[in-house]
Design a protein around this ligand. Sequence first.
Ligand code: ADE
Length: 225
Amino acid sequence: MRIDIITVLPELLKSPFEASILKRAIEADLVEVHFHNLRDYTTDNYKTIDDYQFGGGAGMVMMIEPIDKCISKLKSERDYDEVIYMTPDGETLNQGIANHLSLKENIIILCGHYKGVDQRVRDQFITREISIGDYVLSGGELGAAVLCDAIIRLIPGVLGNETSALTDSFQDNLLAPPIYTRPRDYKGWKVPELLFSGNFPEIEKWREEQAYKRTKERRPDLLDE
Ligand code: ADE
């Protein structure tokens, strides 16, 4: 998989890809992540990427030309499955969207800034608009990092234990059950006895019950879907 991220602040985005699972995925060639600084696609001396809104109103708007130049260059080099725009008015990211996108070959992610992009960018180039939640960030970069993390960890081979993504919260619309590790007894706070029984069908049943109970208490909306 290849991800091209278009941003005015590449430095804000880079560190999540330089540590941990994402770094390993990149080093193992399971994913390629490329950053494109929009200012490199401007034509004036000031490297202008934004301008005032037509019709008046507070806040700057990202101009279409540098974005067109950048996206068109990328598209001339390869085909893209999706051109995603990170925006608070997009569809809210969930595990289903992450699963779907993890199967794609090439995607572009455009990070918005200021008031956002000229509507013609959205009309002409964008195939999908994604929000990471009902709050406004100062730019799309942190949203793009969240989206990339959610996608990349699902690419086969990225997680050490191939089954571990399958048992994540949300994969079956249920939250994950409680988990424990050593010590068995810490200050008198004990791990449930059943987990030492060796009775794996019973343990599996307990986990399913716990997952259901937790979901019912915390996220009953998931059970309606
Ligand atoms: N840009 C600004 N706010 C955002 C959000 N909530 N999700 C994605 N991109 C954003």
